[in-house]
Design a protein around this ligand. Sequence first.
Ligand SMILES: C[S@@+](CC[C@H](N)C(=O)[O-])C[C@H]1O[C@@H](n2cnc3c(N)ncnc32)[C@H](O)[C@@H]1O
Length: 358
Amino acid sequence: MLCSWIHVVFLLQHDKINIMKKAIIVPAEEAEPVRLKLLQRDILDKNRKIKVSRGHTGEKLLEIPVKGNVEGYTIIEQKELEYYGKWESLKERLEGVIPVEELEYVPSGWQLIGDVIIVSIPEEIDSRKALIAKTLLEMYPGCKSVIQDFGIEGQFREPKRKIVTGSQTETIHRENQCLFKMDVMLIMYSKGNLPERKRMSMLGKDEVVVDMFAGIGYFSIPMAVYSKPEKIISIEINPVSYGYLLENILLNQVENIIMPINGDCSKLTPQDVADRVIMGYVGSTHHYLNQGLMAIKKGGGVLHYHETTPEELLFERPVSRIRDAALEIGREVKIRECRRIKKYAPGVWHVVVDAEIS
Ligand SMILES: C[S@@+](CC[C@H](N)C(=O)[O-])C[C@H]1O[C@@H](n2cnc3c(N)ncnc32)[C@H](O)[C@@H]1O
């Protein structure tokens, strides 16, 4: 019974979505010894700032944040909470606001794309999503919307997402001085691929590059901005992604380098043109290996082949797929590097193999 009453209280608090935490009111001149006493007794909430307020007669009072009740002092529920740093975790901010047993489900990570926050919220605390969104927006005052993430699906790599707070879902994300415009409800942007995007930005100088699965320009844009290849042929099948690819080419002023093509790379990849081919797609990338290899100049070039590989098949499977496809068309393969990009699923890695093809 007690438990359900506690629940009711928390639900009421949640409905209002006012995060309130306790503070004691102390005359300014007495504050320091009180603060020290609270600190020694581990009751002081060190994450929140001491705030100044005024008494009835205008005297200066201090609101000292505390973690629980303290006898002998006037206690208030603070509404306008001020924290020392935005790096105060979401969980810490929700301590004392939601029931203890729910705290373990509070997300410890999220993604900031431009001014939008993308977060996965476990089912167990789905009812807290408005509160979580409000708290995240307090942590990132520059952000406007909070979007709940349910994963990525399909050939177009489309995200499944729902708006929790805000209405704006189109944003411009800045990374490594490159600009990526996208609608986060329609387009994925993997933070785990950042090292690979940076690596690609250092390759391709003066080359002809084919980016077979270009998306909104994840690899094409940084490569064009930093390495200035002679040309990047960027192919993208999804018209929505392709639209943003066009915008991103203009935003980053690389229209003289990137040649965008809307369509299926299995049909549109040019042959015998490339010094370098990027196959930045996972799922069924090996089905496109023939086109990727055929794009490479007869004189030779480099292939960046991505796939998702079960741990026990690292790196034997992607390497043998490249070798088998090359053998079929009489090309030679020299493996340069095999890297793990990120954990894709339990026991499965997103990997990239760099191969010299001649
Ligand atoms: C989302 S990207 C991969 C993400 C990227 N590696 C990153 O850094 O986040 C893969 C893109 O390939 C596109 N695609 C899938 N099949 C394709 C095909 N047959 N031809 C051209 N593009 C394709 C998808 O629409 C998607 O935009």
